[in-house]
Design a protein around this ligand. Structure first.
Ligand code: PEP
Ligand code: MG
Length: 535
């Protein structure tokens, strides 16, 4: 009999088997020396060694991860962080207890902070606290064994980025949500992931079979569980491999309707190893990741946009102006709000900070000469926002023309992700195109936060209310000759694709890892309703 089983919600589809690796440090055993001076020396050495480990991680990190790790090194070097621990050691505590207690206070302080930026940094502090404890106890670095299944309460994007996923592995979380940012990262790197997994009875090193297609985890599997896993994972692998063979084909439904399939990316590195022939362009380039560690200057932005445009050649590249706010705070830019998903985020924030918006507009206008650029504004709710954003682009274009700097005005479109626009799109018919943001549209229509697993059952794009709105936007676009696409995560979800096609969508944007299965699903779906032929 297998040791135990648990189930959860699929956040990133796939199969993995390997040793379990718990993220918690509960198992850490520390042997105190009983001498205060020796304890202080040990703590000092653990701090230095932890900073060195983070610096090593940084060498192979991409830009996004490097910024996060840089913050951790700065914290480890900060004397004021370790001072209370050294004081406790002087008063008789051992190094591990002194450090744990001092960090617990510090983490609590960050978690209670008014400023969302500091609250978001509490997970970095937890990382640091655990790393130093492991150094003190001689426990191996948080480098899971090859192909390990990582288990824990939650996983931060920082932790995800610091791990090497090139050799397989998977994630099993008690909390988390399929719509969270770490889930998006997992999908984009094809790392199998389950969330909402309660009661996982297992120990570090136990063999685990993770089925992130049907949502199950088996610990210490018996022969029958192993056989079932092998056969389901082989079938999945065959489907993906088969789909991969046809990934360069144009996606056409069973009833002969051609569907554009584009990709969602976050940074230029995402297209480096992507075969351009496998997609119809970039449907969404999020720019928040450029803004992750402060406000990027015009040259940095221009270089990033130009790289992607040159890669895409004459295929379209839709770059979205920064959608900071909500669950994506940017230090020094976003505000501390009690309900950030309903606050000053996306275009609302950009229009309130023309100093920042102008820099992005200029970088985009200049980059536009290098390819087939479209610019998209997030969280547009009323026509005035689109008009004001377009006006700002016009003004910057004039400035560039006066200075003799090459530039081009791209088509300006909007995300349809606020229910007001989906219900009544007439007011925004001036947009050059619509791209449906099903992640936000679903959470707003269903009143179920995308970051909350407790309501993930409600956060369902296939709910008739959400599908009806998507269908309405598709019909409106067709009637007014406004191109409509969808760039939310539902576009790459085989379970949602048939409903999206039936709703009338003819263009989907998915993460690169989802391309093969999304195209295969389209090829096996009908776009028209067989009863009345309506599209
Ligand atoms: C969406 O809301 O569907 C979307 C694509 O934007 P983001 O996930 O970045 O909010
Ligand atoms: Mg959105």
């Amino acid at each position: 009999m297998s040791k135990s089983r648990a189930s959860g919600s699929v956040a990133s589809i796939g199969y993995a088997s390997g040793p379990l690796f718990f993220l918690s440090v509960d198992a850490v055993a520390y042997m105190p020396s009983g001498v205060a001076d020796e304890e202080a020396v040990r703590l000092r050495a653990a701090l230095t060694s932890a900073a060195e480990s983070v610096a090593t991680l940084m060498q192979s990190a991409d830009e996004e991860a490097a910024g996060i790790l840089e913050f951790q090194i700065a914290m480890l070097d900060d004397e004021s962080l370790s001072e209370p621990a050294f004081a406790a050691i002087a008063a008789g505590a051992n190094a591990a207890d002194a450090w744990s207690d001092a960090m617990a206070d510090e983490i609590q302080g960050y978690e209670a902070a008014e400023d969302a930026y500091f609250r978001a940094r509490s997970s970095d502090l937890r990382d640091i606290a655990a790393r130093v404890l492991r150094k003190l106890s001689g426990v191996a670095e948080l480098a899971p064994p090859q192909g390990a299944i990582i288990a824990g309460k939650d996983l931060t994007p920082t932790q995800f980025l610091a791990m090497d996923w090139t050799r397989g592995g998977g994630i099993v979380l008690k909390a988390g949500s399929p719509a969270s940012h770490v889930a998006m990262l997992a999908r984009s790197r094809a790392v199998p992931m389950l969330v909402g997994v309660d009661s996982l009875e297992a120990a570090n090193g136990d063999l685990v079979l993770l089925d992130a297609e049907h949502g199950s985890v088996v610990v210490g599997p018996d022969a029958e569980a192993q056989r079932a896993f092998m056969s389901a994972s082989a079938a999945h692998r065959d489907r993906v491999q088969h789909a991969q063979l046809r990934v360069r084909d144009r996606a056409v439904t069973v009833d002969g309707v051609a569907i554009d399939v584009l990709v969602n990316i976050a940074e230029p590195a995402d297209v480096r190893s992507l075969d351009l022939a496998s997609c119809d362009g970039v449907g969404l380039m999020r720019t928040e990741f450029l803004f992750g560690h402060g406000l990027p200057d015009e040259a940095t932005q221009y270089a990033a946009y130009r790289t992607v445009l040159e890669w895409a050649g004459d295929k379209p590249v839709t770059i979205r102006t920064v959608d900071a706010g909500g669950d994506k705070p940017v230090p020094g830019y976003t505000l501390d709000e009690t309900n950030p998903f309903l606050g000053l985020r996306g275009i609302r924030l950009s229009l309130s900070r023309p100093d920042v918006f102008r820099v992005q507009a200029r970088a985009l206008l200049r980059a536009a000469v290098h390819g087939n650029l479209k610019v998209m504004f997030p969280m547009v709710t009323i026509a005035r926002e689109l008009a004001e954003a377009a006006q700002l682009f016009e003004l910057e274009a004039k400035g560039l023309a006066a200075a003799g700097i090459p530039h081009r005005m791209p088509p300006l479109g909007i995300m349809v992700e606020v229910p007001a626009v989906a219900i009544s799109p007439e007011g925004l018919a001036a947009a050059a195109f619509f791209s449906i943001g099903s992640n936000d549209l679903t959470q707003y229509v269903m009143a179920a936060g995308r970051d909350n697993n407790a309501v993930s059952m409600l956060n369902d794009v296939r709910n008739p209310a959400v599908i009806a709105l998507i269908g309405q936007v598709a019909r409106f676009g067709a009637a007014k000759a406004i191109p409509v696409s969808l760039c939310g995560d539902a576009g790459g979800d085989p379970a949602a694709i048939p409903a999206l096609l039936k709703a009338g969508l003819r263009s989907l944007s998915v993460t690169p890892a989802q391309l093969p299965l999304a195209k295969a699903t389209i090829a096996a779906s009908r776009a028209m309703d067989p009863i009345d032929g309506a599209a």
